[in-house]
Design a protein around this ligand. Structure first.
Ligand SMILES: C[S@@+](CC[C@H](N)C(=O)[O-])C[C@H]1O[C@@H](n2cnc3c(N)ncnc32)[C@H](O)[C@@H]1O
Length: 274
């Protein structure tokens, strides 16, 4: 008898491995990540860090994804702008900003690494690069280019916060789990099942995510594979210096506890234009 896999039912979308932020990822990005990020709380912390940076409240998020931080900053009275190279993520951000009543946001579909022409004449008081953004840079030089372009888009005394995963800690946690991570999330009316695996390849962390989302219309399957650049703490410090950014503080979490290379999950850099 021929066995019918539940995956033989028609897919709503099947991912293209070449674009980890393609249409299907954009569709379920919030379903999955809203569980891992405390966007509103983190934004309040960032707002405190940026509090004294400038007289004006304008912020640029590079790699803004579906716009969750931009909405939260808008609610706190900031003029928001976002850049993302995925048109699907930007489309979701547009819709989310409209829903939260923001009519002034500027959103740009562009790869900030190769093209910043449309924001060249603009200056912002603050900028954020959160959740792996910098680790998408293919190498050290690309990360240096990103941070230099970012500094050029900031006002004098402008502030930036970027966040990377502390790979020292992450790698140890990963080493103790042999089969990868499997989890299930209930987000009515959806059920999300994910199998995630990561391994290290030279200076990259490769993350493979395989999702199935049971929607009322049928299953949606998404597979993606990210290559995330691993930067050491010293490389990150050097990157800031070379880009003309002065490191004000490095935190290990959004409660603003100090960064500790042995225990912190994240390294959150707060920098100022020199
Ligand atoms: C993990 S998502 C983070 C989204 C958002 N910051 C958040 O925390 O929800 C990373 C985003 O960065 C974007 N991205 C990566 N490299 C980029 C680049 N060079 N220029 C513009 N966007 C980029 C991806 O398309 C993706 O939407």
């Amino acid at each position: 008898m021929k066995r019918t896999s539940r995956f033989n039912r028609p897919f709503l979308a099947k991912a293209d491995l070449s674009d980890p932020y393609g249409e299907s990822k954009a569709l379920f990005y919030d379903l999955k990540y809203a569980h891992f990020r405390a966007y509103a709380l983190e934004t309040k912390t960032l707002n405190r860090l940026f509090g004294d940076c400038c007289h004006e409240k304008s912020i640029l998020e590079i790699g803004c994804g579906t716009g969750s931080y931009l909405c939260e900053f808008h609610k706190l009275g900031w003029l928001v702008a976002g850049i993302d190279r995925s048109e699907h993520m930007v489309h979701c951000a547009e819709q989310k900003l409209q829903r939260c009543g923001c009519t002034t946001a500027e959103l740009f579909v562009m790869d900030f690494l190769s093209d910043n022409a449309r924001i060249q004449d603009k200056k912002y008081a603050a900028s954020i690069l959160l959740y792996y953004f910098l680790q998408h840079a293919p190498d050290y030089l690309a990360a240096a280019t990103l941070l230099t372009k970012l500094r050029q888009s900031l006002l004098p005394k402008g502030s930036v916060v970027f966040e990377v995963v502390n790979e020292e800690v992450y790698a140890k946690k990963r080493a103790s789990s042999r089969i990868g991570e499997v989890y299930e999330l209930q987000c009515e009316p959806y059920t999300v099942r994910c199998f995630a695996r990561s391994y290290y390849e030279n200076n990259f962390k490769v993350v493979v995510l395989y999702f199935t989302i049971e929607t009322p219309e049928g299953p949606l399957v998404h597979i993606d594979r990210h290559r995330l650049r691993v930067f050491s703490y010293h490389q990150l410090q050097n990157l800031c210096r070379e880009a003309g950014l002065q490191v004000v503080d490095v935190y290990g979490a959004y409660d603003l506890s100090p960064f500790d290379i042995q225990t912190s999950d994240l390294a959150i850099f707060h920098c100022r234009v020199k």
